[in-house]
Design a protein. Sequence first.
Length: 118
Amino acid sequence: MNIRGTKKWRGVEPNPVSVKQQVYFIILEELTGKTFTAGNSREAYALIGEYRNQIENNVVVEYFLDTDNPYIFYSDIYIDKQYRFTIESICREPVGYDIRIDIATIKSFKIHENNAFV
């Protein structure tokens, strides 16, 4: 799984934790069994960066576009080659065939486990 922007903080003032960072936290929680929270985007950035190698080496994501809504894509999350859950991401802009979590402008998301919303 690719993760962009976790090597060096480039912001001036930290913003609230982003939706994309919340998605990464959910993946990290499943990967590590720990709970992840941050007070702002700078703290979230640092936490995600600490686990960057683990995510890139142990998490595989398969992406699918929603055939009815151009603003939605799905991400099947596999950890250590085992399916864990699906993330339904709702984006600010229409998505294309090359969409990924690390480049999407996600405005909200839902988690599906065993074909049910969580």
